[in-house]
Design a binder for this molecule. Structure first.
Ligand code: FUB
Length: 457
């Protein structure tokens, strides 16, 4: 069985790479899991867990220390903002592991990030900006119900302004949040785990888990109907959902949203409405080296039927069309990416997040760049390398081997906090094209560092 999932994951990766128009998984620069999308002021903020590259190397499974943020305005290109919160932000938490599935919500201009620390309950961080910095405003646990079961918090503000926090595995719990969003009101309640609410579990009888509800609840409202999406058992998980006329239930089980696919024994839902469409986020094991502890976040467009039911989805290569073309005449971060191979996300104090090309022919693709009628004459970038010979970045159109607009020769700057500004002449190009940066160098590792780019008219 394990081999079958691994094979499916490999096939997805091969499919993604060969069709050239792949978007899933939407983060290729590191492993990511537990997508928690939030829409704010025309941007999707996607908070994720972060599976470390060496997770399970010691046979101990998950290795999760912090949470990351990615943003998009077009659903095709995603900008990495690096780590925005970590276990270190909670002085009272154990620091060695357990940074599981977070979710962020905005209220009155402040952003509240609900953070489970597996084995250590749930804390809350607050910031004036969705990018952070996030701080622990209470200096203690927000939810202290059961150390192992208190995971996967999902906040929701109902139409009367009452906020709730739902969470839990194997039970589904909820509590009212006060208006300050950092304290609770009343008792923690458990949602009745009935077959009517969460459906009959297939497989062996499991007294602790009588229904398909497993973990990862996600609350969503469409028209006047409340939806509860959740990771469903048995393992390997699929995604199921239930609906209700009230946030506190009773919930009615509605079936499968996404069957078990993709090579990870967990899955985790997140759903948003954005610019007139709905999007469903999940995770799988599709990146090279991927598995149950090295996962990757993906997205599909979600469709609903007239009766409110959701159209069942499979894991696919992702969203093919950008919602709006990208303007190449404003500064764009190198970590704005539709697809990349051989590129790693990094961070330093000088420039914050940047990317590192790991090998010859590693590349970044940016989808649907609008050069306009007249097109550019020059290209400028902040870039550097620790290698001392023949390192360059080619700028190409439409495919990795497409028309060459220009080549930036990268001077040796030293380690990654030393940068050079390079400006070159480029060939004229007009209209909308996918843009490729292809990295060239002889070194077997760390070819170059790349921070931002911009075309000039
Ligand atoms: O990522 C760690 C845990 O795995 C999450 O909290 C669950 O939802 C599952 O995805």
């Amino acid at each position: 069985m394990k081999h079958t999932y691994k094979l499916i994951a490999t096939l997805i990766t091969i499919l993604n790479c060969s069709i050239g128009s792949a978007q899933n998984p939407i983060v290729q620069t590191n492993y990511s899991a537990d997508p928690a999308p939030m829409v704010h002021n025309g941007t999707v903020y996607l908070y994720t867990s972060h599976d470390e590259d060496d997770a399970n190397a010691d046979g101990k499974g998950f290795k999760m220390l912090n949470w990351s943020l990615y943003t998009s305005t077009d659903m095709a290109n995603w900008t990495g903002h690096g780590i925005v919160a970590s276990l270190k932000d909670f002085s009272w938490a154990k620091q060695d592991n357990g940074a599981w599935a977070v979710q962020c919500i905005e209220r009155n201009g402040k952003f509240y990030l609900y953070c489970p620390m597996h084995g250590g309950n749930i804390g809350v961080l607050v910031s004036d900006s969705p990018y952070g910095p996030f701080k622990d405003p209470i200096g203690k646990k927000l939810i202290d119900h059961h150390p192992w079961n208190d995971i996967d918090p999902t906040p929701f503000i109902d139409k009367d302004g009452q906020a709730y926090l739902f969470w839990g595995n194997p039970g589904l719990y909820y509590v009212k949040l006060n208006k300050d969003m950092i304290s609770t009101s009343g008792e923690v309640k458990q949602m009745p785990n009935t077959l009517e609410s969460f459906g009959k579990r297939e497989g062996e009888k499991n007294d602790e888990r009588p229904t398909t509800y497993e973990e990862g609840p996600w609350l969503y409202k469409r028209n006047s109907l409340y939806y509860l999406f959740f990771a469903a058992g048995p393992i390997p998980e699929h995604i199921g959902y239930s609906t209700s006329k009230s946030i506190t239930g009773p919930w009615k089980y509605q079936g499968i949203v996404m069957p078990t696919q993709g090579g990870s024994f967990t899955n985790h839902p997140g759903i948003i409405d954005f610019k007139g469409k709905s999007y469903f986020f999940y995770h799988n094991a599709a990146l090279p080296g991927g598995g149950g502890f090295t996962r990757s976040v993906c997205v599909e467009e979600a469709k609903f039927n007239k009766d409110g039911s959701i159209v069942q989805m499979n894991m696919t290569a992702g969203i093919k069309k950008s919602l709006s073309p990208l303007n190449p005449y404003v500064k764009t971060e190198a970590e704005t990416i539709a697809w990349s191979e051989g590129v790693k996300s990094m961070h330093d104090n000088e420039v914050s997040t940047f990317v590192m090309a790991k090998y010859n022919n590693a590349f970044i693709k940016i989808r649907e760049v609008n050069f306009g009628k007249k097109g550019p004459s020059k290209f400028t970038t902040r870039i550097g390398t620790a290698q001392n010979e023949n390192v360059s970045m080619e700028i190409r159109l439409d495919t990795k081997d497409g028309e060459l607009l220009g080549t930036v020769n990268v001077p040796m700057t030293g380690v990654n906090d030393k940068w050079s500004l390079q400006t070159i002449d480029v060939k004229k190009v007009s209209g909308i094209h996918d843009l490729y940066f292809v990295f060239k160098g002889k070194s077997k590792t760390d070819i170059l560092y790349f921070d931002y780019w911009k075309f000039l008219k």
